[in-house]
Design a protein around this ligand. Structure first.
Ligand SMILES: *Cc1c(COP(=O)(O)O)cnc(C)c1O
Length: 229
């Protein structure tokens, strides 16, 4: 078996163990394989091992991979920071965008979504406490942004996404995820039809599953360390 296929099995086992520990069913958690910087050959190996959903951070690299795998029936998610001038390519190539952090970008994606494609599935990225990046909308603005995004015709708002600062301790990993989940529950109580919490990466998968992740975004544990050289 290839290293990638072995790694995929190990990641699925981690998800199942974390789900069982949290009293959840493993099938509630979708594994997104984050293939940024990795060659097409690695994606093909993962797809041959049964992986269907993939994610990319960079627009040009991502669009090239979407086009190159068009006949494989894969589901492609965009998870990186998104600039206005690149929104059209994302609207035309991807099934999901997890990194909506302002209304302007959502409006552009909705306007640019081709009519022959289903609505673009989106998550609002929230800058929870201890966020590593500057991106993500502040928690107190998330309700208004979600309401506005939910009203756009060619987007379908699915949930919330966050990328907390990497920390080692499980309880410290869980804190920002719990904050995000509480916001998610508040928004659901307010009537927003959310069903997706996109949280958890290689180092904090278990904490995310414990706090209710429905999508985990895993790169390193599947494809190995990234080389940005
Ligand atoms: C790169 C990346 C991941 C995957 O990170 P790993 O630590 O390699 O699992 C997940 N989410 C986002 C937004 C990323 O940029």
């Amino acid at each position: 078996m290839s290293a990638i296929a072995t790694n995929l099995q190990a990641v699925r086992a981690r998800i199942a163990a974390a789900a069982n520990a949290a009293g959840r069913r493993p099938e509630e958690i979708q594994l997104l394989a984050v293939s940024k910087t990795k060659p097409l050959a690695d994606i093909l190996v993962a797809a041959a091992a049964g992986q269907r959903a993939f994610a990319e951070n960079y627009v040009q690299e991502g669009c090239e991979k979407v086009v190159a795998t068009a006949d494989l029936g894969l589901e492609w998610h965009f998870i990186g920071p998104l600039q206005s001038n690149k929104s059209r390519q994302v609207a035309e190539h991807f099934a999901w965008v997890h990194s909506i952090d302002r209304l302007k970008i959502a409006e552009r994606l909705s306007a640019q979504r081709p009519a022959h494609l289903p609505p673009l599935q989106v998550c609002v990225q929230v800058n929870v406490s201890g966020e590593a990046s500057k991106s993500g909308c502040p928690p107190h603005q998330a309700a208004a942004l979600c309401q506005a995004v939910a009203a756009l015709p060619h987007l379908r708002l699915r949930g919330l996404m966050a990328i907390p600062q990497p920390v080692d301790e499980l309880s410290a990993q869980r804190r920002p995820f719990r904050e995000l989940r509480q916001l998610y529950e508040t928004l659901r109580s307010a009537g927003l039809p959310l069903d997706t919490l996109s949280i958890g990466m290689t180092h904090d998968l278990e904490a995310a599953v414990a706090e209710g992740a429905t999508i985990v975004r895993i790169g390193t544990a599947i494809f190995g360390e990234r080389n940005y050289a």
